[in-house]
Ligand binder design. Structure first.
Ligand code: 5GP
Length: 195
């Protein structure tokens, strides 16, 4: 029997696979939030990035906020979450980027107000899922617009059959995902994790 980490075990016991390559983990991450699992995710990311200097944690609303908050608590640094929407208004006071939403099948503007990202920032980007990398690339773009540096990218669940993870690693980013799904099948409800 292969060894599974805490998150892989939780996904197998509580997750359901939806048609269209969607993993539903509403009862511990995307609707109800299991604080013990969040705590373990934060400790694990802090451990994996132990050699990295971080002065800010950046995520995107909504589900990333729980992970970011627990991690910000461990680092004792501020967390910032990018907001979605609001395309029309003046962009003078905010950094704006675009991300196509895999789950909602639409383009989203994402933004952070200028006072919350600085050229001196060494930012750890975190999110719940990494699929095609749209959300993470938008966050990277916001950090770069502000003149800051991306210290690393921490993800709870990476869907390894989609291109985001491979692209980010090829681009040279330090990417750590706690669970990487290489295959999942909704008909048999089976999941294969990367070892
Ligand atoms: P990406 O931007 O990397 O294509 O997709 C990541 C975003 O889409 C995440 O922020 C997450 O909200 C959502 N997402 C992508 N795939 C899944 C999935 O299988 N399950 C859930 N719950 N969200 C997903």
């Amino acid at each position: 029997m292969e060894h599974l980490n805490f998150l892989e075990e939780k996904i197998l016991s509580d997750g359901t696979i939806k048609q269209g390559n969607i993993l539903k983990i509403d009862n511990f991450l995307n609707h109800q939030i299991d604080i013990d699992i969040m705590r373990q995710i934060a400790y694990e990311l802090k451990r994996r990035f132990r050699d990295v200097e971080v002065n800010k944690v950046l995520t995107i609303e909504a589900s990333g906020i729980a992970i970011a908050t627990m991690l910000g608590n461990l680092y004792d640094v501020p967390i910032v979450f990018a907001k979605k929407g609001e395309t029309a208004n003046s962009t003078d006071d905010k950094y704006v980027s675009q991300a196509y939403s895999f789950t909602h099948k639409q383009m989203n503007s994402v933004f952070v107000s200028k006072p919350y990202l600085h050229p001196t920032d060494r930012v750890l980007i975190v999110d719940d899922f990494l699929a095609d990398g749209q959300a993470v690339h938008a966050l990277i773009d916001l950090v770069h617009q502000a003149g800051g540096e991306v210290a690393g990218i921490g993800i709870a669940v990476e869907k390894g059959q989609q291109k985001g993870g491979r692209q980010l690693r090829e681009e040279g980013y330090r990417l750590e995902s706690i669970a990487i799904i290489d295959e999942m099948d909704w008909e048999t409800q089976s999941i294969k994790f990367r070892r």
